[in-house]
Design a protein around this ligand. Structure first.
Ligand code: HEC
Length: 148
């Protein structure tokens, strides 16, 4: 009767492993959806200053601040004048300026949005942004905001 016992043991061990593999790492689990969860944050808190160059309703030319365009995939990948490819390092939020600037104390000159120029990200928004970058900064089907 040795064999069946081993088989049973192996089967239950694998079953246990399969269950473990299915358990999400964090309670919130799942992949962050850029278009639904991240872009709305950019839109309300960053785009005022980081939109693709365009002329506004009064005919004034608006250039993206710091050379950073946040309403296109290319712009986000290319990054800003100072940070370049360190702006968004896929898989590494801790190295991404895009995330780091949102976690600085508001009094820091590189804090984003700049002090008094908009609401800082909430802890939940920062956490989501971090998670999206750590998960690989995948834009999904998003192709950028419609041109103005
Ligand atoms: C009121 C305008 C304004 C808003 C809103 C704003 N920024 Fe900025 N941002 C700036 C300015 C101005 C600079 C250039 C600062 C400098 O170079 O000293 C800048 C620069 C940056 C840079 C550095 C770019 C580089 O490489 O030079 C990053 C990253 C950045 N912003 C991210 C953000 C994020 C993320 C948000 C939204 C949470 C945001 N910004 C909202 C004005 C703004």
């Amino acid at each position: 009767m040795k064999k069946p016992a081993i088989i049973l043991f192996a089967a239950s061990a694998f079953g246990g492993l399969a269950l473990l593999a299915q358990t999400p790492a964090a309670p919130a689990g799942g992949k962050v959806d850029f278009e639904k969860e991240i872009y709305p944050i950019f839109k309300t808190k960053c785009l005022k200053c980081h939109e693709t160059e365009h002329t506004d309703a009064t005919g004034k030319l608006k250039k993206p601040k710091g050379g950073l365009i946040m309403d296109t995939v290319e712009g986000l990948k290319k990054g800003g004048k100072e940070s370049g490819e360190k702006t968004l390092v896929a898989g590494k939020a801790a190295e991404s300026e895009l995330y780091k600037v949102t976690t600085l104390p508001v009094s820091d000159e590189m804090a984003m949005p700049p002090e008094g120029k908009g609401d800082p990200l909430t802890d939940a928004e920062k956490e989501l942004l971090k998670k999206w970058i750590d998960q690989g900064a995948d834009f999904g089907a998003w192709k950028g905001a419609p041109a103005k």
